[in-house]
Ligand binder design. Structure first.
Ligand code: HEM
Ligand code: HEM
Length: 204
């Protein structure tokens, strides 16, 4: 029997902070291109928040390499392991690609990427209207792909939480599994299934 453990606390904080930010960015993006009156205010929020996502995902990737996720449940079929890894890789790629393409497209049009006040980012592309057009389209397509991947991710998370009822969902929450950092070698199969103790330890 192997003890289960959650994601490290810093990984969970990053996951939920970024989940809020990325979802907000998707809705701000759609909102701003559909609005005439609020366009300028929304774009002024969209750019620095998008760059914040880029900074945070870089920190998150380094953190993931230093603190790897807990192993998946022992009995999980191979295709589900593949789907989990594949979708996580895709989410990481898109969390990098969408903001980089946003920055690159504005660079190609020589629009300023204002972070705050006079603080601006330098252009990362040569000025080129044709390149801007391609990158502008790419930004939309990748953002929609990010949304679609997130929906699949949410569906999988809910399957684990409500149908499989294993330790995958609680391993990412702040209340589901008691942190067993000291015995952090185990997997997320409900050790409780074998031992007869409750899988989810609710906090008081
Ligand atoms: C996680 C990061 C980001 C997400 C999820 C995101 C998402 C989106 C979405 C959904 C749209 C609307 C696309 C459409 O309907 O055509 C959009 C537009 C836009 N994004 Fe982003 N974006 C991100 C980062 C950035 C960054 C870092 C920048 C620039 C520094 C940026 C600049 C823009 C601009 C300027 C537009 C509107 C262009 C126009 O007026 O036509 N985005 N974004
Ligand atoms: C309400 C929405 C969300 C829920 C319920 C949720 C739930 C979860 C759960 C349960 C895990 C652990 C799964 C496993 O280990 O296989 C996880 C991991 C992960 N989630 Fe989410 N998630 C949500 C939103 C997001 C969003 C918006 C993103 C990014 C766009 C995201 C990216 C990731 C990534 C990359 C992992 C892999 C672990 C890591 O490196 O942090 N999640 N999520």
């Amino acid at each position: 029997m192997t003890p289960h453990r959650p994601f490290p606390i810093f990984s969970r904080i990053l996951h939920w902070t970024m989940a809020v930010l990325v979802l907000a960015m998707l809705f701000i993006g759609i909102g701003m291109v559909s609005s005439v009156s609020a366009y300028h205010q929304l774009v002024a929020i969209h750019k620095p928040l998008g760059i914040l996502v880029l900074v945070l995902v870089a920190i998150r990737l380094v953190n993931r390499l230093i603190n790897p996720p807990p192993p998946l449940p022992e009995g999980m079929p191979q295709w589900q392991r593949f789907a989990a890894l594949g979708s996580h890789v895709l989410l990481y790629v898109l969390m990098f690609a969408v903001p980089i393409v946003g920055w690159a497209m504005l660079s190609a049009a020589r629009y300023p990427v204002v972070l705050y006040g006079a603080l601006q980012l330098p252009p990362i592309m040569p000025q080129n209207p044709a390149l801007f057009a391609v990158l502008r389209e790419t930004h939309t397509v990748l953002a929609l792909l990010l949304f679609a991947t997130f929906l699949a991710h949410l569906g999988a998370a809910l399957m684990h939480a409500l149908i499989f009822r294993d330790d995958v969902f609680p391993s990412m929450t702040f209340w589901g599994l008691r942190d067993r950092a000291g015995t952090a070698s185990g997997d997320r199969d409900s050790a409780a299934h074998a031992s007869g103790t409750p899988a989810l330890v609710k906090s008081e």
